[in-house]
Design a binder for this molecule. Structure first.
Ligand SMILES: Nc1ncnc2c1ncn2[C@@H]1O[C@H](COP(=O)(O)OP(=O)(O)OP(=O)(O)O)[C@@H](O)[C@H]1O
Ligand SMILES: [Mg+2]
Length: 248
């Protein structure tokens, strides 16, 4: 069985800044992988290339054995890749449920005046996902009234409306309080395993990385400097020097 995601030799520069240098990564079905690295290390650039928002200068990206390197974000979404952003992309004046329905319609490519967003199946799926993310009580509330942690969960729930195979999360717990972060990750991880989604998540919090990843990929200056289970990566000399700052 081919990997869900196979990135080979990715390169990307912005002028003189090298944001990806020979990045290769193969992710099998069902694995939960965290991407770590200091600010500017190239994590979001990698996510942007996998999701088609940025085109690599060199290298290839395959999904389940199919080359998607030159496809648009929309085509890549259709092949089962979803993402969240560092800052949730939500419509604040609509209810949580309506945000879910709009996300579902967008995934279908069916958001138009001719295709109703509110079919019974779509509503069932949206409510089912809200329940999985412990958001059912917020279904009818305006997003503007919801706290930041709830909005982040909603953003992730929305990304699952199209039944993705691969989900990329950019800092799911950023801006969330210390007390909230573990319960929130428990909810996310439980919901994602029930949906059988392979997940890559960018994370700065090493407690979250250790507790919730099967595997950790460390970036430094656009390169992958370590790729192993959490304990091995966090004990790696270069990771301690360039990522966690625990070694001088
Ligand atoms: N669109 C762009 N135009 C110019 N430079 C960019 C662009 N996107 C990223 N860069 C540069 O590429 C490098 C990698 O950036 P990237 O956003 O991938 O880092 P990151 O690891 O996600 O960092 P952070 O933890 O701060 O989110 C940085 O030096 C950044 O300034
Ligand atoms: Mg980033």
């Amino acid at each position: 069985m081919s990997a869900v995601l196979e990135a080979r030799g990715l390169k990307k520069s912005f002028g003189a800044v090298v944001a990806a240098e020979n990045v290769s990564l193969s992710v099998p079905l069902g694995q939960r992988v965290s991407l770590i690295g200091s600010n500017g290390a190239g994590k979001t650039t990698f996510v942007n290339m996998v999701t088609g928002y940025l085109k690599p200068d060199a290298g290839t990206i395959s999904l389940e054995g199919r080359d998607v390197t030159r496809l648009s974000p929309r085509q890549i979404t259709r092949l089962g890749v979803a993402r969240s952003f560092q800052i949730p992309q939500l419509c604040l004046e609509m209810s949580a449920l309506d945000n879910m329905l709009v996300a579902a319609a967008c995934n279908d490519g069916a958001l138009s005046f001719l295709a109703p967003a509110h079919t019974p199946e779509k509503i069932d799926r949206a409510i089912g996902l809200l329940e999985r993310f412990a958001l059912a009580e917020h279904a009818d509330r305006r997003v503007a009234e919801l706290p930041g942690g709830v909005r982040k969960l909603l953003d992730i729930a929305m990304s699952l409306t199209g039944h993705p195979k691969l989900l990329l999360l950019d800092e799911p717990t950023s801006g969330v309080s210390v007390e909230e972060k573990f319960p929130m990750m428990d909810t996310i991880v439980e919901a994602l395993s029930r949906e059988r989604v392979t997940v890559l998540f960018v994370e700065h919090d090493m407690e979250i990385v250790t507790r919730y990843s099967d595997r950790v990929v460390a970036f430094y200056s656009g390169r992958v400097i370590a790729d192993d289970p959490p304990e091995a990566v966090l004990n790696d000399e270069q990771v301690q020097r360039y990522v966690t700052g625990t070694r001088k």
